[in-house]
Design a protein around this ligand. Sequence first.
Ligand SMILES: C[S@@+](CC[C@H](N)C(=O)[O-])C[C@H]1O[C@@H](n2cnc3c(N)ncnc32)[C@H](O)[C@@H]1O
Length: 363
Amino acid sequence: MKSILIHGDNIAGLKYLLNEKNLKGKIDLVYIDPPFATGVNFTITDGRATTISNSKNGNIAYTDTLKGTDFIEFLRERLNLLKELLSEQGSIYLHIDYKIGHYVKVMMDEVFGIENFKNDITRVKCNPKNFDRIGYGNMKDLILFYSKTTTPIWNEPREKYTEKDFEKLFPKKDKQGRRYTTVPIHAPGETENGKSSQPFKGIFPPKGRHWRVNVETLEQWDKDGLIEWSSTGNPRKIIFADEREGKRVQDIWEYKDPQYPTYPTEKNPDLLDLIIKTSSNNDSVVLDCFCGSGTTLKSAQTNNRKWIGIDQSEHAIKATKDKLETVEGDLFIAKPDYEFIELTETMPSCQQRLKSSGQKVLI
Ligand SMILES: C[S@@+](CC[C@H](N)C(=O)[O-])C[C@H]1O[C@@H](n2cnc3c(N)ncnc32)[C@H](O)[C@@H]1O
């Protein structure tokens, strides 16, 4: 299939994908960054996005006026449709803020099942603020991550060690100057008569613990020079820095938003790259039904995924098309080639497709 950009309300757009495009169960990854129930209008003034503004002069890019239960129900309706579209190996990431995020979490537990809740990722979005108000400065928002089933796509991400990490985590150097650290070769819990409770070089594991591997492996490690013996005769396993692929990625992410956004609340593309690489594959379809300026779509394109974007704002669609234009295409990344669909609500209950490159679908 071709990638798809839809201009229209996302309820209509998602139903269109289900009923007209037969995409039920075909989407591997959803990322959405809906309005956050902030109660304001987001504007574009003289071609520049104002992050939060009630400016009378700017063009409204989108409004964010739904509050409380209305907002939660607005999201629930869309999440139910997204769940139908998700494949059995699918995941959904929902970006939200600290004011409404906890209510959204409870509702998402209902829609996707608390057993499929994976993470509440803290996203550090800006530098410390010095606003004069009672309360701590707010530097974060959150991303709620759920899988559709227990077997989602998961390409373990790794973060590169910094020089500082190397010094802290691998403080020792061997004769060749190779950085390393040592870790205990025993772990909590006793095993009765197991291979991991037998003596190694005449030493038993400490009380209440067992060897992390069987004694034959310990012998092999020792032969290979991978055991370091302390002056008091305590064996520890050597771990070399240059053999580690990098750190495991944790649930606090620092991805500040662009300083000069082309669209209000435009997100950092590196954040999307991480999500897309981790939770989708090359043949996956990635969907963002609040696509704004198309950050998710460009990232999907540059990571060789197919994508579907929906937004009801004309400004968003223009910003998305402009952003996609910046992908020039080369040997490794294809130039975006997508179907553009206008969904208009002029003829209720009548579905008619006008076939052209920029087709209009009346719903
Ligand atoms: C927070 S912005 C998304 C920004 C985007 N992540 C980016 O990086 O540019 C939310 C977007 O949702 C769109 N939106 C809100 N309600 C919608 C609806 N019912 N159907 C389609 N789009 C909607 C708004 O027009 C807005 O562009």
